[in-house]
Design a protein around this ligand. Structure first.
Ligand code: ISE
Length: 318
């Protein structure tokens, strides 16, 4: 029998996940969508039941598993409700807004493994190939990861810390996963006075360094790139565009306007892996756990605290 999934939140992310469960993910069916805006909920529901709020959706007997794509501040209560009812929950990042809230979730989930966090880059074919090359020893010991993360335009509601908590959090998670490491210190340079460019250098407990250029108003498109430099070689992402347009003496490759275009396959593969794990009761290898969500929120909080001083020590907050 297929897994009955309810999606909480019908904004850009919730709407996208709802479509995946309704149309693309095998072994799943979309049975409910909730959003305070009935028009938005209806448009993402594909005929499934519509709720105005997330809690009744979680409590509904028709819902077996829950995807949370509600505003960040609502994550904690919704995830805790799903744990209380013993329902698997895949929560968009961040797991919760504060370290204390994440810790509460980790404790409630201990030994049950009901909680997954949507760090979808772990399912991106390019990152996975880079990790496979690294783990197979093809580039020798890793020394440095160069990361670049550019958004076309920062949303109007981005505050000074969201360049870290909303955007750079992906590099924090994916580089921990790639290198199987924890961070020990950071140096941070804010470039310009618009608060939209940050250069971070993160040191790890295995000696490798992670450098991240974050630019949230890059104008030309959405662009994420990474290269791992090892002792015996490097492995880097190819530019993601699938085609090249040649015309008038020039060659062009397009960038998608946002992360949904660039990471559509990652979301699909992540949601598929989650559904498979829920249906067959197996742990989903590579999926970020509640503990990974706690660690990511903890590092972000420390980085935000270090922003004014330009850096400082980091430690995994458990
Ligand atoms: C956004 O919230 C995401 O999660 C995207 O994956 C990320 O690349 C972007 O910078 C964030 O604003």
């Amino acid at each position: 029998m297929s897994l009955a999934v309810g999606v909480i939140g019908a904004g850009v992310m919730g709407g996208f996940h709802a479509r995946l469960f309704a149309e693309e993910i095998s072994g799943a069916r979309l049975v409910a969508v909730s959003d305070p805006d009935p028009g938005r909920a209806g448009a993402s529901a594909y005929g499934a039941q519509v709720f105005a709020e997330g809690l009744p959706l979680i409590e509904s007997d028709a819902v077996e598993a829950v995807l949370v794509a509600a505003p960040d501040t609502a994550h904690h209560d919704l995830v805790m409700a799903a744990i209380r009812l013993g329902k698997p929950v895949l929560c968009e990042k961040p797991l919760a807004s504060t370290v204390a809230q994440c810790r509460e979730i980790v404790e409630a989930d201990a030994g049950r493994n009901l909680v997954s966090v949507g760090f979808m880059r772990r399912f991106d074919p390019a990152y996975r190939e880079m990790k496979a090359a690294l783990d197979a020893g093809r580039i020798g010991a890793p020394l440095l990861i160069h990361c670049l993360h550019r958004n076309r335009e920062a949303p109007r509601w981005f505050d000074g810390s969201m360049i870290v908590t909303n955007a750079m959090v992906h590099e924090i998670d994916i580089c921990r996963w790639l290198l199987d490491t924890e961070y020990t210190s950071a140096s941070l340079t804010q470039i310009g006075d618009a608060g939209d460019m940050l250069l971070a250098e993160l040191h790890t407990d295995r000696g490798a360094v992670v450098s991240v250029e974050m630019f949230t108003n890059a104008a030309y498109g959405y662009h994420v790139h990474a290269e791992i430099v090892g002792r015996e070689g490097t492995v880097a992402m190819a530019e993601p565009a699938q085609v090249r347009l040649r015309r008038g003496g020039a060659m062009q490759a397009g960038y998608s306007p946002d992360w949904i275009g660039r990471f559509a396959d990652s979301y699909r593969l992540q949601d598929q892996a989650w559904v498979r794990a829920c249906r067959f009761g197996q742990p989903c290898e590579d999926m970020a756990t509640a503990r990974d969500g706690l660690l990511a929120t903890g590092y972000c909080q420390q980085l935000v605290e270090h922003l004014p001083a330009g850096g400082g020590p980091l430690a995994p907050r458990m």
